[in-house]
Design a binder for this molecule. Structure first.
Ligand code: SF4
Length: 225
């Protein structure tokens, strides 16, 4: 039997108050029997394939508290474990940041030349970049050094506060940038998740929404400031 389907474009009325509504559309599909269905997609559909979503986490200038909060999702990690591949993280033993990452969560601010190089590489290789926690979002605690010159910081850390072999290291320690910066001042960021650290429930909300192909509306669960 020949089947005829009609397809039309429609807005998702349930998201009329969302700031991202302009990015949301759905196809209305009407079958020959008159029944309708909807096919939804979003601008931030991070993984349109049937493969697992490739997720990475990156640790710049932070205290690792945001990663700890990620782990504090606890048993709910099992709910997402079979839907993702954790392709790069301080939690796994991979040295090179890979290509083709769907979502990267970044903890920490951009403080030194290694951070700067790394976040630019991560941005190039990531579809959706999430600033995780206040250090990534605003530079937070690491930016407290911004009121001092780099020379004064080196002098305080390596010359004034030591009792032997006072010297500023020139090897293995990446040079400090002139000031510590939040991630979005260096590369475009797609989502900001505030908190010091963000609550595990909020992190789980973000991950769950992304895995469902939705833009997480963080106003539902947290407020900035
Ligand atoms: S936001 Fe808070 S918990 Fe996260 S890295 Fe910065 S200081 Fe640590």
């Amino acid at each position: 039997m020949k089947r005829v389907f009609s397809i039309s474009l429609a807005r998702d009325p349930g998201l009329s108050n969302s700031p991202v509504r302009q990015d949301l559309s759905r196809l209305q599909i009407r079958g020959p029997d008159g029944n309708t269905g909807y096919l939804c997609w979003r601008k931030y559909n991070v993984n349109s394939t049937s493969e697992k979503t490739r997720i990475a986490t990156v640790w710049l200038d932070g205290c690792s508290g945001c990663h700890m909060s990620f782990l504090d999702i606890d048993h709910r990690l099992l709910e997402i474990a079979d839907r993702i591949d954790l392709v790069y993280s301080p939690l796994v033993d991979r040295k090179e940041f890979p290509d083709g990452v769907h979502v990267t969560f970044v903890e920490g601010a951009v403080t030194n030349e290694d951070d700067d190089h790394k976040i630019r590489l991560v941005r190039e290789r990531t579809k959706l970049l999430v600033a995780l926690g206040d250090c990534a979002v605003t530079a937070n605690v690491p930016s407290m050094r911004n009121i001092f010159s780099v020379e004064d910081l080196y002098a305080r850390a390596y010359l004034e506060n030591v009792t032997a072999q006072a010297q500023v290291p020139t090897q293995d320690i990446p040079p400090l940038l002139g000031r510590t910066r939040p991630v979005h001042e260096v590369v475009p960021v797609d989502l900001h998740v505030p908190g010091c650290p963000p609550h595990p429930d909020h992190i789980f909300f973000v991950v769950s929404e992304l895995l469902e192909g939705r833009v997480p509306d963080l106003r539902k669960v947290v407020r900035f400031g």
